[in-house]
Design a protein around this ligand. Structure first.
Ligand SMILES: [Zn+2]
Length: 456
């Protein structure tokens, strides 16, 4: 069921209201790269802060990490990304554009879950969908790791990669954290970080981008306990999207990776999918990864990555339960979930019914008129008082109707208007985003009123 151009509407709203812009727009933009504007950075930060509080700070078994984007190139050989992190592609001999063959008519590919590479099962049309020219029949494996080089002297530079997935630092720093904190199994390491992929097929707004941010948990367990904690983390992560972020139940589902799709070392792999405008697609992967990652890095680095099990005193390589989500994908799901259109007396009202916890601004303060000094002065004092408690914005542009429309689209839960009556009775009008209900409240009670709502 297509959702009535919802993705186009969200994309336009994000640009109009300063959530998300195409990167380098004045140069014509660059495919699959976006900048987060003032509201986008606030929304993303609120989502990440909520994740960090819930997954790290409120738990006693989690350690935070902020690893660098540049890592030793050998780590990407150990992880399998240098050999197997590839997309199959065919080139057009005329316009030089590249395509994933399974996006072309009549082609079929199958992923080899030993190597991660794709094999062609059926070849199809060789007509270029862009220029109509002829595609070169040979399928090439195109590595999606982004390369860079380190060092100052040309010719002596070392080839390096931007992180293809953010979590890799966790495996490499695992032993440092064990040495510093002597944690007892099970325990986890969490990180929010950027990753880069030279994707061939883009589109779908911020769903798939070449530069993106991930939140990752690697939870280390005794081998015999991994299934139990895998089940536990599936529930924790589902509840986080459902109850903490408030995504609608009908837009979420579990999907198990089938045998073809699951990488050979994974014991089990499920994704939390979201119902995007183009259908069900991934939001987060929760995977039971066995001891593969630590064993690989031990082999390639020559360092021991086994640790003593405090109960049995035997040395073991822990198993890993991984929860890996995307910040951009989560933000897109949140925006899609919150988007509302309502038929009103002045046409269609658009608003974002964002959970108050993550809304970029909690309250907007308006003087009724922008050119009356006494109204401005009173409104300023209300603004100054509220901004010490939570994120508040000031708006005096255009009439009240236009300001409400702007704040509705920004997802601001409440608007406060200071009028002439306020100067006499110390009362202001508070308007609710979702119901548009208005009531008069005493200035002295405002901060407590909003704080109570934000904490409920
Ligand atoms: Zn072409």
């Amino acid at each position: 069921m297509p959702k009535n151009n919802l993705l186009e509407k969200i994309t336009a709203l994000c640009k109009r209201r300063g959530f998300i812009f195409p990167s380098s727009g004045i140069y014509g933009g660059i495919a699959g790269i976006y900048d987060y504007g003032p509201l986008g950075v606030a929304l993303a930060k609120n989502i990440k802060d909520l994740w960090w509080q819930d997954m790290v700070e409120k738990r006693t078994d989690m350690y935070g990490l902020d690893g660098s984007i540049l890592m030793h190139p050998r780590s990407w050989e150990a992880s399998g990304h240098v050999a197997g992190f590839t997309d199959p592609l065919v080139d057009c001999g005329d316009c030089q554009k590249r395509f994933r063959p399974d996006k072309l008519e009549g082609w079929k590919l199958k992923k080899d879950n030993q190597t991660g590479q794709f094999r062609v099962i059926k070849t199809g049309s060789l007509k270029c969908p862009v220029c109509g020219g002829r595609l070169i029949a040979k399928v090439r494996q195109f590595n999606v790791l982004m390369e860079t080089s380190l060092g100052a002297i040309e010719g002596e530079k070392m080839k390096a990669y931007l992180k293809g997935e953010s979590c890799q630092n966790i495996y490499l720093d695992f032993i440092d954290i064990v040495n510093s904190f002597s944690p007892k199994l099970p325990f986890g390491i969490a990180q929010i970080g950027k990753a880069f992929r030279n994707e061939i097929t883009l589109g779908k707004f911020i769903f798939k981008t070449r530069e993106f941010e991930q939140f990752d948990i690697e939870y280390f367990t005794r081998p015999q306990d991994s299934t139990r904690f895998y089940r536990e983390w599936k529930k924790i992560r589902w509840d986080w999207y459902r109850k903490r972020l408030g995504l609608k139940e009908k837009n979420l589902r579990w999907r198990q990776h089938d045998e073809d799709e699951r990488i050979f070392y994974a014991k089990d792999a499920w994704d939390i999918d979201y119902f995007y405008p183009w259908g069900w697609d991934e939001l987060e992967g929760v995977h039971d990864r066995s001891d593969y990652d630590l064993t690989q890095h031990a082999k390639f680095s020559g360092k021991k990555l086994d640790i003593p099990d405090q109960e049995t005193n035997q040395r073991i390589v822990p198993f890993i339960v991984e929860c890996s989500g995307g910040v951009g994908r989560t933000m897109l799901a949140v925006l899609l979930d919150a988007y509302r259109e309502e038929e009103g007396t002045n046409g269609i009202r658009v608003f974002l019914s964002l959970d108050v916890k993550i809304a970029p601004y909690k309250v907007a303060v308006f003087p009724l008129l922008a050119n009356k000094a006494e109204l401005i002065k009173k409104a300023r004092s209300v603004y100054e008082n509220l901004k010490d408690h939570f994120r508040v914005t000031w708006d005096e542009i255009g009439n009240i109707g236009k300001r409400y429309r702007r704040q509705d689209e920004a997802g601001t839960p409440w608007c406060v208007t200071i009028d002439y009556q306020s100067l006499k009775d110390e009362m202001v009008t508070v308007r609710d985003r979702d119901t548009m209900a208005q009531k008069r409240l005493a200035v002295a009670r405002l901060a407590d009123f909003f704080k109570k709502k934000l904490n409920s």
